[in-house]
Design a binder for this molecule. Structure first.
Ligand SMILES: [Ca+2]
Ligand SMILES: [Ca+2]
Length: 348
């Protein structure tokens, strides 16, 4: 057909049954069939060259006003939906439907870090390996770690007893290097440094900040302190994780949060403005679940159109688009389409 080819991007949000299938080609064929079956959408044109361009997941939020503690809310959301809510960007907040405030999936559960060497995303790990100790060795001071004021994510040794502390505090650096399988420890004490600066200097001069994985190594490390009471060692952790394991780091705290008041605020709630606060997980309140439900597929199609008008003109293309979209909506009232003239798609 003679005419002017235009590249068209179509975001198709179909019924979940069509779109949850794993076979991408199959779902693109379904989309193509549906669009072709309304072949008269353009009186003088045709759609051709369907190419799958990409997929994205469409998620939905569900708010419940029943008062539950964080753990029970998590269980409920996991049983009925995907998980407690993950918020990835400011724009998500408007979609949540939270009337006041409620639990979201953000947490820092002590089971992952309180006197344990575990493999959770909040757990302690060593600078040299990025991993926890396989043997589980640890030697905390009796009341440590306590994440006081919610800012203690780096570890120092105090005559062999470990403490979590604010990474910005300055102290001597205890470094190590491995000599034929035996760790040797070295104190860098020319000036006192923050934990990140100790990490840099240890990596420059030795191997890394001290990694201590047995009683023998802890004794050798303590001896290397040479009379200094305390020094940074290589243990650290990341605070806050999403219940669904998502790795996004969007957090918007209320002023003064997180505070970990009384060492007991390990779960996060959010208000209707998207402002978050750390609270005791045993508090009961409404909660926000998250459902990853629909799969959206972007297809790229070439559209041939016979026309005398200039399609590059915005008003013309807008009008044509509106007609196309209206016809598709008539044809498939329960299916979402978004159309776009573009050299690059906005979705995917
Ligand atoms: Ca502490
Ligand atoms: Ca708080």
């Amino acid at each position: 057909m003679a005419g002017k080819p235009l590249v068209l991007y179509i975001l198709y949000v179909g019924a979940s049954a069509d779109l949850t299938m794993n076979n991408n080609n199959n779902s693109v064929q379904i989309i193509e069939k549906r669009i072709r079956s309304s072949a008269n959408i353009l009186s003088r044109g045709s759609l051709d060259n369907f190419v799958p361009f990409g997929h994205c997941l469409i998620d939905e939020y569900h708010f419940f006003s029943t008062n539950l503690n964080w753990g029970d809310a998590q269980t409920y959301c996991r049983e009925h939906f995907t998980d407690l809510a993950t918020i990835e960007r400011a724009a998500d907040v408007a979609r949540t439907g939270i009337p006041t405030f409620g639990w979201i999936g953000l947490h820092d559960l002590p089971a992952a870090w309180y006197k344990v060497m575990a493999d959770h995303s909040n757990s302690w790990r060593w600078s040299a390996t990025g991993a926890t100790s396989p043997g589980g060795y640890q030697n905390w001071d009796p009341i440590e770690p306590n994440n006081y004021n919610s800012i203690e994510l780096c570890v120092s040794t105090n005559n062999g007893k470990w403490q979590d502390n604010d990474c910005r505090l300055i102290a001597p650096c205890l470094c190590y290097k491995d000599l034929s399988g035996v760790k040797q420890f070295f104190l860098v004490n020319d000036t006192w440094r923050t934990w990140p600066n100790c990490q840099s200097v240890c990596r420059q001069q030795y191997h890394d900040l001290a990694m201590i994985q047995s009683e023998t190594e802890n004794q050798a490390a303590t001896t290397a302190l040479s009379g200094q009471n305390a020094a940074w060692i290589g243990l650290y952790r990341n605070i806050w994780a999403w219940s669904d394991g998502s790795s996004n780091n969007y957090i918007k705290w209320i002023t003064g949060a997180p505070s970990n008041s009384q060492n007991n605020e390990h779960c996060v709630n959010m208000d209707y403005k998207g402002v978050m606060n750390d609270s005791p997980c045993s508090n009961t309140m409404g909660f926000l679940c998250h459902e990853v439900k629909k799969r959206a597929t972007v297809v790229k199609a070439q559209m041939w159109i016979q026309t005398k008008v200039d399609l590059n003109e915005a008003s013309v293309s807008e009008q044509l688009f509106k007609q196309l979209e209206d016809r598709m909506k008539e044809e498939f009232p329960k299916t979402g389409f978004k159309l776009q003239w573009s050299k690059t798609p906005a979705y995917g």
